[in-house]
Design a protein around this ligand. Structure first.
Ligand SMILES: *Cc1c(COP(=O)(O)O)cnc(C)c1O
Length: 226
């Protein structure tokens, strides 16, 4: 399948998911995750009308950024090592994986503008997943107020692989509750209006639970290599 065909069918599924819960399709941004594909395939995504690209490793990010540059809005969605922040910071618009103070400090130090960050939350409690436990998120976000180059635009999570959709739904619903708690504080440094959740297998459930940013790899651009 070419990217354009995949994009068309995903947009249709998004529209239907939005309809089921009375949301507007425009509230949902689609991030094409290009970590499994070539630069050419990422370019095809841009030509198909996709605006947002996401990568989870610095090397892959810089590779694609070099070819595509500011034609895309760039999202960093993977675990970010503190020492790599300086190479990323000038090119990225959204960081989805803020999960510790040392990383916040480094982003704040290296950035020469406000950077939009999602705080990553590990709702499922799986060891393999990064992110803060949900009960620590509110105080973590509160303490970011002194970092003037960080704006907390939302929260991000990954759901476990599960055949049971109610398990996945409960994870997304919990993230939404934490997001609403922070949003309700009206902290100037943390508007927290966004929810980055939902991937190829579970984006429809995520949208039903309030996702504003879905991160889609295999189903949209495919899976050429690891
Ligand atoms: C790889 C990845 C995705 C996309 O995964 P697919 O299942 O291929 O859609 C989304 N989010 C993160 C954080 C990822 O690492």
């Amino acid at each position: 399948m070419n990217v354009e065909e995949n994009f068309t069918s995903i947009k249709h599924e998004i529209q239907q998911a939005c309809q089921r819960v009375n949301r507007k399709q425009q509230e949902v941004s689609i991030i094409a995750v290009t970590k499994y594909v070539s630069v050419e395939r990422a370019q095809e995504a841009i030509e198909s009308g996709i605006q947002h690209l996401g990568e989870n490793r610095l090397e892959g990010f810089l590779n694609k950024y070099e070819a595509i540059g500011d034609q895309a809005t760039w999202h960093f969605i993977g675990t970010l090592q503190t020492r790599k922040v300086k190479d990323l910071i000038d090119h990225v618009t959204y960081i989805h994986s803020l999960d510790r103070k040392s990383l916040a400090k480094e982003i704040n130090k290296r950035a020469n503008r406000k950077v939009s960050c999602f705080v990553q939350v590990n709702i499922s409690g799986e060891d393999s997943k990064h992110g803060l436990p949900p009960e620590e998120v509110v105080s973590f976000v509160k303490n970011l107020s002194s970092y003037t180059n960080i704006e907390v635009v939302g929260l991000m999570t990954m759901a476990p692989h599960s055949e049971d959709s109610s398990v996945v739904r409960a994870i997304f619903s919990r993230l939404r509750e934490v997001k609403e708690e922070i949003e309700g504080k009206e902290w100037p440094h943390a508007p927290c209006h966004y929810l980055s959740m939902g991937m190829s297998n579970d984006f429809e459930i995520a949208i039903e639970e309030g996702a504003t940013h879905i991160r889609i790899g295999s189903k949209l651009v495919g899976h050429e290599y690891d």
